[in-house]
Design a protein around this ligand. Structure first.
Ligand SMILES: Cc1ncc(COP(=O)(O)O)c(C=O)c1O
Length: 377
């Protein structure tokens, strides 16, 4: 079977981990510092903070910008976070974990990202934050989103913070810039099957020095590890925090993979360009949007098909793993109270299938995928 996802582990990772294990220091230490310096350079933004997963990063981001006490947020008003249902549940359970209400925004069937018209309609004085997902690595139109926030600021006198879930989007660019440079909190995942893996890990990129300072403190109990004595517990904790930091073992894996990550992303993109050429115009199958100002990282290759069950069965028979990969989050019992009419999501969930497009897909594999897709029509 051609898998839909695979772990991109470099040969150097084993020795790098061995070195850390033998060093006597396996917690957050010099290797995390080195990894963060390298990540800051890649992203082009010095305000980075590694964490032990994107889930932790999203939890911490929401805690910092939208977290409320159970009785309500600022002014006693219960706040809400606007979010997309088309993502891994990690995105949305991080909102629930912060005890803030969630409000679904519909999905744009053209991009599979949040529907920005619906988002603009749903911003209100209760909006504490907006979570967007660059689904499959295709960037949300961040300039248009910024314009919507300008308008919200004019109407309501405040600008809700945007949290970008970049879990699929290492290597993606918006208007030529890597994600993490557009004035929002951005959270990347370095989980096992992402373009860049630490085994497990994540990265927060912060838009200002104050949020950066808080993220670095709150990822480790609120204790300042950089202060003299490296985080002695006798230091006063002004704001309590979590245990979300990355350790040197995971950082060593990430560093060993970092130099290969550009090539990994390039191979995803090269296979995607082949599919774009070969699958355009195939009846019964629709490609998603490609805007000129956006470069997708193509974590997987999404298509919309008329006969989803038949398509997936044909793929399976031909030894190709294909499926939605991530399913709508809004139908689970634990979010029943937030149910909303989402026609875009309905359309997508009946048609979305993702094809393998990653670095492991050879020229022969991708031709086999195209031939199998075309043979069905
Ligand atoms: C869109 C999205 N957000 C968040 C996560 C959570 O990432 P992590 O496993 O690093 O916590 C994932 C994981 O696949 C994801 O796909």
């Amino acid at each position: 079977m051609i898998p839909i996802l695979k772990v991109p582990m470099s040969d150097e990772a084993t020795a790098a981990v061995g070195k850390v294990l033998a060093s006597g220091m396996v917690g957050q230490g010099p290797v995390v510092d080195e990894f963060e310096a390298a990540l800051a350079e890649r992203v082009g933004n010095p305000r980075v903070a590694t964490v032990n997963s994107a889930t932790s990063g999203l939890h911490l981001a929401l805690h910092m910008v939208a977290g409320t006490e159970p009785e309500g947020g600022p002014g006693g008003q219960p706040g809400e976070v606007l979010t997309t249902p088309l993502t891994m549940v990690a995105t949305n359970w991080a909102i629930l974990a912060n005890r803030v209400r969630l409000r679904w925004v519909d999905v744009d069937p053209g991009t599979l990202n949040v529907d920005l018209d619906d988002l603009a309609r749903k911003i209100s004085p209760a909006t504490r934050a907006i979570v967007i997902v660059h689904f499959t690595g295709y960037p949300v139109d961040l300039a248009r989103l910024s314009g919507i926030l300008d308008e919200a600021e004019r109407r309501f006198g405040f600008r809700p913070m945007v949290i970008e879930d970049c879990a699929h989007a290492w290597g993606a660019r918006y208007r030529g810039e890597p994600l993490g440079n557009h004035g929002n909190v951005s959270v990347f995942s370095f989980q096992a099957v992402k373009h860049l893996t630490c085994g497990d890990g994540g990265l927060m990129v912060l838009p200002d020095d104050e949020l950066h300072r808080r993220a670095k403190l709150l990822r480790w109990f609120g204790i300042d590890r950089e202060a003299k004595g490296r985080g002695l517990v006798r230091d006063d904790v002004a704001e309590w925090g979590f245990k979300f930091h990355m350790n040197d073992i995971n950082a060593a894996i990430g560093l060993a993979n970092l130099d290969h990550a550009d090539e990994v992303v390039r191979r995803h993109q090269d296979n995607a360009a082949f599919f774009d050429r070969e699958l355009a115009g195939v009846p019964g199958l629709e490609l998603t949007e490609r805007a000129e100002d956006r470069t997708s990282s193509f974590w997987v290759y999404p298509v919309k098909v008329d006969d989803m069950a038949g398509f997936m069965a044909r793929m399976k028979e031909a030894g190709i793993t294909a499926g939605p990969v991530q399913e709508r989050n809004d139908r689970h019992s634990c979010v029943r109270q937030y149910a909303a009419l989402l026609p875009g999501m309905d359309e997508v969930s009946e048609r979305l299938v993702c094809l393998p497009v990653g670095w492991w897909v050879t020229e022969q594999d991708r031709q086999h995928i195209v031939d199998t897709v075309k043979a069905g029509w």
